[in-house]
Design a protein around this ligand. Sequence first.
Ligand code: PLP
Length: 402
Amino acid sequence: PSVWEDIEPGEVDPILSISDVWKADADPKKLNLGVGAYRTEEGKPLVLNVVRKAEQAVVSDPGTNKEYLPMTGNAEFCQLSRELAFGKSSTPVQENRVVTVQTLSGTGALRLGAEFLAAHYPCKLVYLSDPSWPSHLTIFNKVGLQVRYYRYFHAESKGLDFQGLISDLCSAPQGSVVVLHNCAHNPTGCDPTLQQWRAILEIVVQRQLLPFFDSAYQGFASGDLDEDAASLRMFSAAPGMELLLAQSYAKNMGLYGERVGALSVQCLSKRVGSRIEGQLKALIRPMYSNPPIHGAAIAAKILRDKDLYEEWKVELAGMAGRIKAMRQALYEELQRRKAPGDWSFILRQIGMFSYTGLTREQCEIMTRKHHVYLTMEGRISMAGLSASRAGYLAEAIVDAIK
Ligand code: PLP
């Protein structure tokens, strides 16, 4: 018999497995709102024009080769990513006390940051929003950190449970790591207002918590890159602030499979920063040695070239705009069918997802009877919807809740 005869099958990923089942479904009405990937009105994946142009330029540049990158990745990409998130005029950036390394997209940045904290941060407690993106729990558990939750979603209003959030962070032990989605919270689509962010910052400072920002949707929430970085920049500017930031270009540049991201650590001096960089390298070297060149070269080209950057902003606003239009379309279709209850939260929620409040049983009806695929906590990816399917989705919802 195999030495693995009794091996367990391994847990199925709750989100990625949805697409597998969806693919196997032969019904032409099927609708995949499970995975968080942008789709065109025709339901097709989108490669941004600006990405095609940048890629052409990278490929045809005679200076392009296939040499290894340094362990920390493409230095220009790192610098431009840091500036994109923190802002060019950010004091910590200008004082060279934000260290940035290229990572395998947002997941890689979170994992590397988690490994770094497990090895070099005294407090082993990590607070996640309840609910949060499922990989947060598994990533932090994997490196041996202990995960706790702070209240986040208010089931009744389908909005932010601000009081719950504040009270849970107030009772977090000093030094705890707190994971914050800088915008377009996944899965709830509920973000704090700027005023609420200020209150959260106050507690973070008071309790000496360490913020770990997860920025997977910069530009995708509002359509504006600066607006979506406001929470991070507010925290970063606070005196004495140290923090981590995981960035992903999967959604905002549509570079999903290219695995383009960055991890930044803001600290208090250049000297400490360069030591942190040394420790990050020590984690990277035995894990994957150095990151891939292609996607980061595309992103760097777009971030560096003024015309391409402007074009990117327009395409990004276009994606964000289509998602907002889908919120409106779904809301109107539900109204038209006189769906019981108040569905205006769909318009208030932000970013790629809407957290519908559908129960597991109702989600099962959606999938089994109507071939609408969504996560079993009732999260739907608005980016997977099209104007022509909004009516169908509304009908399925009305049937599932009756
Ligand atoms: N963080 C959040 C909250 C996400 O929703 C995602 C993607 O779905 C990621 C991070 C990272 O994704 P990736 O590893 O594809 O960049």
